[in-house]
Ligand binder design. Structure first.
Ligand SMILES: [Zn+2]
Length: 322
């Protein structure tokens, strides 16, 4: 399974900054050590033209040159640096490459970061600079239109199970019937002003595994009734975990693994290519976040093996349980 990373770009953050930058490198290390069938590939930066499928050119330029206002920079939550700008581009690039790989017959592929769903067309927010899933969705639609004129437009479902609402994504696609935005999130969580997605599920504080999985089941049913995607982009946030500082929900490792399996199985049953990004994770213990993410990869490798067997080139996913 192909997994794309930009972990060489580590943001210089002030001491005590609450963003757990180290989790990306740690996840990459563990994937390399424990999952030999994961093929790690360096992400290429998204181009200005690709970013402009979603983002305003003046915003792209301000990120590139470090000329955002202090208030706009504060809303993102990271200080500007050349590494910040480069990492943001490559994180979008990684989701683009994961989508392309999944659609080219691999069935499933991933971005080791990404899921930056609080980014709007003209501003960043909540540790999100560019909206990787939105740019990738639009670009896959454009590439599909060039290759398969007769087949009609590619429809994309963005399944956002990060504990925070996908407000930027919801707004970007508010008037676009070719992209379905689904968000399950904590109702009392950031962002406090939510944007209407195609389907929003607000969950109360302390929602545990059982209620969460029931809500997910209903949401996927409704998605299936209302929309027929050709591609799924899945934001597998680790922050609904009970050990998360920002999460407010009370999902266990098993609950989150069941969540991942349900989404991946939903896509597999329909033979829909699926690209996933890691989105949020703010474990009091960083290893907890990374463990949730490792479990997501372990499930994904099972589905990758199914796609590989279907393609006839033999399953090669050696699954190493974490
Ligand atoms: Zn989050």
């Amino acid at each position: 399974m192909h997994v794309f990373y930009a972990t060489q770009f580590v943001l210089p953050l002030p001491q005590g900054h609450r963003f757990p930058m180290a989790k990306y490198g740690r996840l990459r290390e563990r994937l390399a050590a424990e999952c030999p069938s994961v093929q790690l590939g360096q992400a290429l930066p998204a181009t200005d033209g690709e970013l402009a499928l979603v983002h305003r050119p003046d915003y792209i330029q301000a990120i590139e040159q470090g000329t955002l206002s202090a208030a706009a920079q504060r809303e993102i939550g990271f200080p500007w640096s050349p590494a910040m700008a480069e990492r943001a581009r490559r994180s979008v690039g990684a989701t683009i490459q994961a989508c392309r790989t999944a659609m080219a017959g691999e069935g499933i592929a991933a971005n080791i970061a990404g899921g930056t769903h609080h980014a709007y067309a003209d501003k960043g927010s909540g540790f999100c600079v560019f909206n990787d899933a939105a740019v990738a969705a639009r670009l896959m639609q454009a590439e599909h239109a060039r290759r398969h004129r007769a087949r009609g437009p590619l429809k994309v479902a963005i399944v956002d199970l990060d504990v925070h609402q996908g407000n930027g994504t919801a707004r970007i696609f508010a008037n676009d019937p070719s992209v379905f935005t689904l968000s399950l999130h904590g109702e009392k969580n950031f962002p406090f002003r939510k944007e209407p997605s195609d389907l929003d599920v607000d969950l109360p504080d302390g929602t545990g595994d059982g209620a969460y999985l029931e809500a997910l089941e209903r949401a996927l049913d409704e998605l299936a009734h209302r929309f027929e995607p050709g591609l799924v982009i899945y934001l597998a946030g680790a922050d609904p975990h009970e050990g998360d500082r920002l999460g407010r929900l009370k999902l266990t490792f098993d609950g989150l693994e069941a969540r991942d399996r349900r989404v991946m199985d939903w896509a597999w049953q329909r033979r829909l290519p699926l690209a996933f990004a890691m989105a949020g994770g703010y474990g009091t213990d960083l290893e907890v976040t990374v463990q949730v993410q490792m479990n997501t990869y372990r499930v994904a490798l099972e589905y990758h093996a199914r796609w590989a067997a279907r393609a006839g080139h033999g399953a090669c996913a050696t699954v190493t349980a974490a």
